[in-house]
Every structure is written in structure tokens, then in C-alpha cells.
Ligand binder design. Structure first.
Ligand code: HEM
Length: 176
């Protein structure tokens, strides 16, 4: 049976599930977010945001669970033998920046919804008018955070694939 907690050489099943569910939801958020921002009509934008907002809340809950899990219940496996310290340091910076970016994205997303009063238009109240989100301050950090998230994801996934296919070590396998 899969172990819930991590061991010294691999991640436990809670960490693995939280990781891959968050990854899937973040991809859904990037796709629905960029498509909503470019949607030609209010109905299409509302439909995309009806998926975007609940997916973001799910990511927030998973992130809270992840922080609690590592803080109270589990410890990370040992770094892989032979990993240069600069790579371990860079990986740590990327991971922490991803976490901070997720929290910032959720906060700015909620800020946009609250300040613009877009709830009724997004969730389909008859006659409600979709606001222009660019008129509200959190729209700018949300857009910048989205681009930063794409760059971080590319670095993170690129590094995992490099370890798996070029160095052929267990980096990706122990998160599976
Ligand atoms: C990890 C969390 C989130 C991610 C990765 C994310 C991603 C995105 C992306 C990629 C965009 C398009 C940005 C652009 O084109 O400049 C966007 C727009 C948007 N997001 Fe999010 N988002 C997140 C959380 C939230 C939350 C919590 C809410 C609301 C409660 C929200 C509401 C919106 C809205 C209203 C837009 C603007 C659409 C428009 O300009 O028409 N987002 N998001």
C-alpha cells in the first residue's frame, strides 16, 4: 500500500496527490484565465470564469493543505545525492516563488471579483452586466502573476524533465 507520509528517498501519497492535482488545476486556471481575458463576448467570458473561480478556490484549499501537511505532519525526502548545491538552491527559490505567486493570484483574483462586483454577471444573474476588469487595481498584478506563473512552470517542468531524461535520476519518479 502507498505510504501517506514521505520517506527519506521518496514523496508520500498525500504529497504526490496534492502536487499533481494542484498542477492540473493550475494548468486549467491558466487556460481558462487567458481565454476569459480574450473572450469576445460577456457570455463566453462568464462561462470560462465559472470554471476559473471554483478551480482557483480548489487550488487555494490544496495550497493551505500543502502548507499544513509539510509544517505539521511530514518532512521532505533527502536531496538526491550528487545534486549541485546551486541547483538545490535554485529549485528551492522556484518552489517558494510558485507558492507565493499562487497565493498572490488567488488574493488578486478575489480582489478583482469583490471590487468589480462581477459575481452576479459571472454566475448568470439575468440582466447583470459584466464589468471591465482592467478598471480595477488587482487586474494588473493578476496579469503579471499569470505570466510569472507560466515562466515558473516552464522552469519547474523543464528541470524535472532534464533530470528524468538527461541525468536519468529519480527526481521525477519519487514524485510519482
Ligand atoms: C492560482 C490561482 C489563479 C491563476 C493561476 C489564475 C490565472 C489567470 C490568468 C492566466 C488570467 C488571464 C490574465 C491575463 O490575460 O492578463 C486570469 C484572469 C482572471 N482571473 Fe484568475 N487566476 C487565479 C485565481 C483567480 C481567482 C481566485 C479569481 C476570482 C475569485 C480569478 C478571477 C479572474 C478574473 C476575473 C480574470 C480576468 C478576466 C478578464 O480580464 O476578463 N482568478 N487569471
Amino acid at each position: 500500500m502507498a505510504r501517506l507520509k514521505s520517506s527519506s528517498d521518496r514523496y508520500g501519497s498525500v504529497a504526490v496527490w496534492v502536487h499533481w492535482l494542484s498542477a492540473l488545476l493550475i494548468v486549467v486556471l491558466l487556460v481558462t484565465g487567458f481565454r476569459a481575458a480574450n473572450a469576445p463576448d460577456a457570455l463566453g467570458k462568464a462561462a470560462l470564469l465559472r470554471a476559473h473561480v471554483p478551480a482557483a478556490i480548489a487550488v487555494l484549499l490544496l495550497t493551505a493543505m500543502r502548507i499544513l501537511w509539510w509544517w505539521r505532519f511530514d518532512s521532505k525526502p533527502m536531496p538526491l545525492a550528487g545534486l549541485p548545491p546551486w541547483q538545490a538552491g535554485l529549485a528551492r527559490i522556484v518552489h517558494v516563488t510558485m507558492l507565493v505567486t499562487v497565493v498572490g493570484m488567488v488574493a488578486s483574483g478575489i480582489g478583482m471579483m469583490v471590487l468589480s462586483g462581477a459575481g452576479p454577471a459571472v454566475f448568470g444573474a439575468p440582466g447583470a452586466v459584466m464589468p471591465d476588469f482592467h478598471e480595477f487595481l488587482p487586474r494588473r498584478p493578476h496579469g503579471l502573476g499569470a505570466r510569472l506563473m507560466v515562466a515558473l512552470l516552464a522552469l519547474h517542468a523543464g528541470a524535472a524533465l532534464y533530470h528524468h531524461f538527461v541525468r536519468r535520476d529519480a527526481t521525477l519518479k519519487r514524485m510519482w
